[in-house]
Design a protein around this ligand. Sequence first.
Ligand code: SF4
Ligand code: SF4
Length: 446
Amino acid sequence: MSLFNLFGRPSFNHGIHPPSNKTVTGKTPIRRLPFPGMLVIPLNQHIGKPAIPIVKKGEEVVRGQPIAKADGFVSVPIHAPATGRIKGIELMPTAQGRNAPSILLEVYEGATQEVLWGEEQTIGDMSDEALRQAIQNSGMVGLGGAAFPSHVKLTIPDDKSVDTLVVNGCECEPYLSCDHRMMLEHPRPLMRGIRYAMRATGTKQAVIGIEDNKMDAVETLRANLPRDGSISVEAVETKYPQGSEKMLIKSLLGREVPAGGIPAEIGVVVNNVGTLAALGQLLPKGEGLIERVITVAGPGVKHPGNYLVPLGTSIGFVLDQVGYEGSETEFILGGPMMGPAVSALDTPVTKGTSGLLVLNEPNIEAETLRIWPCIRCARCVDACPMHLNPSHLGLLAAKRKYETMAEEFHLNDCFECGSCSYVCPSNIPLVQYFRIAKAINREQAA
Ligand code: SF4
Ligand code: SF4
């Protein structure tokens, strides 16, 4: 059964209400950034096996041309974001904090924005299997940040069947508004993408969930719905982490994904609005994913907004274009709750990069950063959407009882939303403890 808040909006239990900080960027139309002189395109921009390069040093490529092929089913190809010459394949920095094999593409001066590769395809004539293959060929992954290959997500295992496609338009992380702008500016490609996803998964109904701080997007999409009633739009409560799959399914459908399970086990498949809008744009033209919209925001940014950025553009180039200031600066790729912090300005924007935040924190007193003992206030318990006991898990982590955390206190149900750390008055970095504990458990299991 779905829960409803005081205003009658569908919601879930627990969660937090951090300041949204979306007012400026949510109102600013998407703008395109120019090409940098060099693009650094990692081969592992998605979950699964890295793509395999199909170009050599010195080769000339055109915008949109495939430059790396998928390595098996859980993998996707990569396409050239600009016309230019391959400078090499080298180990380069990534957002994951380690160097990874990347294709270096020197962009020709004055290179055209026109996509020069790709053949129109009639999706209606395709079998469902051919449609899923076309999705893999497009190199599409979840653009909400997970970067899970879309064709894998849209392939329902033989022993499962799904009845509902949940389209995630919540964008619950503070600052981020790229999905909001996609819904406002590209509603028709989004509807096309939803149709493709419904066909690929065999679902007969789709429901788009949008937080009620984006009522303009709710209205825009309602005005673009097909008449057959197969797709609906629902405004849900603005609350973090409403945009996590499990919470949104609970809010919209009142169904619960079993512990350790996937949404298909309860008849649901979830896709993000940005991903489906991009699919709706690319598939009819037979093109690959070569650029994406990212939100660039934070107190250090001079011209915050949503920008269409070629994949492989360094965050340093993005910041030069939008302007930023500050000396002691932290950059976050994605939202402030779950996005990784990076310091290298040559880190590239990749398929899973939804935002670039510049959080200037020049005058933090050491006392403010100090970690205090747990005072058993239970704020973390009230915040946890998974109904875990983060305080107790934190105490076990301090004693390095990682196995006990997993076996007796459901550590693996934690999806690292960071709500517990956010509310903790003692500054205890709970979510960081849980990440470490899970990584150690994984290593030991391997
Ligand atoms: S919020 Fe922090 S201080 Fe309060 S119970 Fe949880 S861990 Fe302890
Ligand atoms: S990070 Fe994990 S433990 Fe903390 S609130 Fe989120 S799900 Fe709960």
